[in-house]
Design a protein around this ligand. Structure first.
Ligand SMILES: Nc1ncnc2c1ncn2[C@@H]1O[C@H](COP(=O)(O)OP(=O)(O)O)[C@@H](O)[C@H]1O
Ligand SMILES: [Mg+2]
Length: 327
């Protein structure tokens, strides 16, 4: 990450207000070339606004934005970024091939070159067989592939994607996640991706930017934000967390039950209040000292609801959080 290499995208002190409301409240961010970076946070935290500012669709009230070292409001920068939306935004009266060729026509690329680039991009996205169809004749997943092809064929430096899989059903979304990740590696273009889905962010990203109310709560790899959350907000938003007294927290999968609790580990006693078998794991809700502790155990367990239970966790698995009330 970074080094002396010039970032593809740089934000410095970026602020955006709508009336008196600060949708983006001072963001600094560097995105290194070729990275898959995800803006992650709940609805309304300023992800789309930040993306639109990078794309030059929205003017910040304060701060600076550079793409490839050039201020974002210049015409050159607009050619460096392309955006993909949840709604696909394809031209309904154009075929798949015409949709994909459109940006190249606008850029006045020579005709012979357009054909070759469009066919290569269609093949890359598995769309060669669909080239003569119209958008309405395609599934949601296929339409989103066309939108990706249409954006990537113009060879932007940075692709901006705003919840592009949000309209797809769960199974197709998972499949498209895999395809998107492979595609990004393959084309080597910087992706800045927006989602409120933490699992999707974990699955796709080199770097996750966790956002909270127009600010950045943490920037890190998926492992960083999961294993070393900067604060209680991040621990709560990324994955499930049991919050304990004394700024301590523990993930459900790190809660140990019964004999496997090592000596010297933190431990307690409680009662199983609820048990759900989830196939690959079992989830227990343990009532202890007026609170509920969630434990996720691999496979099936013989413990029943109402049973007394001993629980614990290794010291190295506890999360030490600076504050609990930062959200
Ligand atoms: N054009 C606008 N006018 C007024 N408020 C807006 C506008 N765009 C966004 N907002 C507000 O700014 C906040 C952040 O919006 P947005 O960036 O779309 O969040 P996210 O994409 O994280 O859900 C929200 O409270 C939203 O209602
Ligand atoms: Mg949004």
């Amino acid at each position: 990450m970074g080094g002396t290499e010039q970032p593809d995208v740089r934000l410095r002190g970026v602020v955006k207000r709508f009336g008196a409301f600060e949708a983006v409240a001072g963001i600094d961010l560097d995105v290194a070339p070729g990275q898959f970076v995800t803006l992650l946070g709940p609805s309304g935290c300023g992800k789309t606004t930040t993306l639109r500012i990078i794309g030059g669709f929205e003017q910040p009230d304060a701060g600076e934005v550079f793409v490839a070292g050039v201020p974002v409001d210049s015409e050159t920068t607009k050619r460096h970024t392309r955006m993909v939306f949840q709604s696909y935004a394809l031209f309904p009266h154009m075929t798949v091939r015409q949709n994909v060729a459109f940006g190249l026509r606008m850029d006045k690329v020579p005709k012979g070159e357009i054909g070759a680039r469009v066919e290569a991009m269609l093949a890359n996205l598995g769309l060669s067989d669909q080239a003569e169809k119209y958008p309405r004749q395609l599934s949601g997943g296929q339409q989103q592939r066309v939108a990706l092809a249409r954006a990537l064929v113009t060879q932007p430096r940075v692709l901006l994607l705003d919840e592009p899989l949000g309209a797809l059903d769960l199974k197709m979304r998972k499949r498209m996640q895999g395809e998107l990740k492979a595609l990004q590696r393959n084309v080597g273009i910087t992706f800045i991706y927006v989602t409120h889905d933490q699992e999707e962010a974990m699955n796709l990203s080199d770097v996750i930017v966790v956002m909270e109310k127009g600010r950045i709560a943490q920037v890190g790899t998926p492992e960083d934000v999961y294993r070393r959350p900067a604060n209680a907000y991040v621990a709560d938003f990324v994955g499930e967390t049991n919050f304990l007294a004394g700024n301590l927290a523990v993930r459900p999968e790190n809660v140990l039950i019964g004999d496997v609790i090592p000596s010297g580990a933190a431990r307690g006693k409680g009662m199983v209040r609820a048990k759900s078998f989830l196939g690959a794991s079992t989830r227990l809700e343990i009532e202890t000292e007026g609170t509920t502790l969630v434990a996720t155990l691999p496979g099936a367990v013989s413990i029943a609801t109402g049973d007394p239970i001993a629980f614990g966790w290794r010291d190295e698995d506890a999360l030490h959080l600076p504050t609990k009330d930062s959200k």
